[in-house]
Design a protein around this ligand. Structure first.
Ligand code: SF4
Length: 471
């Protein structure tokens, strides 16, 4: 029996970890399984060609928020060419595919054992795999590196927390791979000098006895690899913080999900954040300057009105992380928050990405404003193009939110809806005129290549290369 598993990623540089886990496990059980990784940007007929050419007996697809529409259309086309093809769907959105066809089987939950049971013609038992038995899922590692793709790695599954908007909260039981196996697998990435390995563990730093040896092992490795972790900053002990100060620069990057600093909001979404600890620990990490840290906030949560979001934004911004990612609530099917949508007055897109449009506390106009805020802020702050100019502008405003909100409010100066370093620089110049113009010019010179706008005089820059100091 020939089996093809397809993962449609949201970007070319991603790899489909779920598909790889199922495929490698099924291969270990003796099935002939191939995988196909494409992105939602690949023309759909090109992917259909590959599916048809594979002449598989069973086609499996993983379905995610970003790929549901694409996969649904792809399956519709495949069934027209091969009406007798057997199709299996897995992944978090598999149950949301509403194609009525008895050739389609949907597998809920973990795929490894379930898919093998399906291939054997057995009833799907719902058993979860022993992570110790999972084979290494990058047998094609050299090719993944050559294609400049990100390697995703899973050292544990499940999450003990119960954030009401998150599907991972459904499985509280956390299972870890045995530590020696984790270290051996990571050594393969180190030996291949993979540029970026992202741990997908929902909260990486849950169990110090497990994760600290991994940190230590990776910090001591001879490689240029950067390892990315999602952490809960308030769980870091002093011992770990002391160790983190010794990690080689660029080896680790941390993503810290804060989401809100409003206690009512956090209570409503079942999230326990110790803000003082988060703030203190993030500041300690940032002071060392060796670990890139980025923070996350979510707009559209219960009890968060504009004043509350503003407070959350200011507090998190002032931690000083080089990146603050502003997300918008996604009301996913089968989550606790979906059950409470009416209570919270949540209006959201009924199809992926299920993004919030209005709440009891934020009207559509408020969220539209915050979406624009996000796009401009993302270029202006997260893009890192205007460090000196931005620092000077921030001094003129009482709080960070005020500056960014002011820019958003003024953003009509013929810039349209294009948000990139050039359009932001032009808008800033239109809004603030000659104020700190020399700093804007030097930031453009240092950070935006091949662009010298004619609204600035560049004669001073003709013969010398000016570099701003970090001061
Ligand atoms: S948001 Fe993160 S911490 Fe909360 S339940 Fe989901 S995975 Fe766990």
């Amino acid at each position: 029996m020939k089996v093809l598993l397809t993962g449609i990623n949201s970007k070319y540089i991603h790899t489909a970890l779920g598909v790889r886990c199922v495929a490698e496990y099924a291969k270990m059980q003796g099935f002939a399984v191939d995988i196909l990784e494409e992105s939602i940007n690949t023309p759909i007929l090109r992917v259909l060609d590959k599916l048809v050419a594979a002449k598989a007996d069973v086609y499996g697809f993983s379905v995610h928020i970003w790929s549901k529409k694409y996969v649904t259309e792809l399956i519709g086309l495949l069934l027209q060419v091969f009406p007798l093809a057997k199709i299996v769907l897995g992944g978090p959105e598999a149950g949301q595919v509403t194609l009525n066809n008895d050739r389609i089987t949907v597998i809920q939950g973990e795929g490894e054992i379930a898919f093998c049971e399906y291939l054997q013609g057995k009833a799907v038992s719902g058993k979860t795999v022993d992570l110790a038995e999972l084979p290494f899922v990058y047998p094609d590692l050299e090719q993944v590196i050559a294609e400049h793709k990100i390697v995703y790695y899973e050292a544990s599954r499940g999450c003990p927390f119960r954030c009401s908007y998150c599907l991972s909260s459904v499985e509280h039981n956390v299972r870890q791979k045995p530590l020696p196996k984790v270290l051996a697998e990571l050594d393969r990435f180190v030996a291949a000098n993979v540029p970026l390995v992202k741990f997908v563990d929902r909260t990486y730093n849950l169990d110090e006895k497990f994760y600290l040896p991994v940190f230590q092992h990776l910090a001591a490795a001879q490689c240029d690899t950067t390892f990315h972790f999602e952490i809960k900053a308030d769980l870091l002990s002093d011992k770990v913080l002391d160790f983190l100060a010794t990690v080689p620069k660029g080896r680790f990057q941390f993503e810290v999900g804060i989401q809100s600093t409003n206690p009512d909001t956090l209570r409503a979404i079942n999230r326990s954040n110790d803000w003082d600890k988060i703030a203190g620990n993030c500041r300690k990490i940032l002071q060392n300057g060796n670990i890139h840290l980025h923070t996350d906030l979510i707009a559209g949560l219960p009890y968060e009105d504009l004043a509350s979001w503003r407070k959350s934004f200011n507090e998190v911004f002032l931690l000083g992380a080089p990146m603050l990612q502003l997300g918008f609530l996604k009301v996913l099917p089968n989550t606790e928050i979906e059950q409470k949508a009416e209570q919270y007055g949540l209006v959201y897109m009924p199809e992926p990405p299920y993004e919030i449009l209005a709440t009891k506390w934020l009207g559509y106009g408020d969220l539209e404003f915050l979406r624009k805020f996000d796009k401009i802020f993302d270029v202006l702050h997260n893009g890192g193009h205007f460090p000196h100019y931005l620092a000077a502008l921030l001094q003129d405003f009482d709080e960070p939110y005020e500056l960014f909100a002011y820019i958003v409010g003024q953003w009509t100066v013929g810039e349209g809806e294009t948000y990139n370093a050039r359009s932001v620089a032009t808008a800033l110049h239109n809004i603030f005129g000659k104020r700190y113009e020399n700093l804007l010019q030097k930031d453009i010179f240092n950070n935006i290549h091949h662009w010298r706008p004619d609204w600035l005089d560049w004669s001073e820059y003709t013969h010398k290369k000016l570099k701003m100091t970090a001061k």
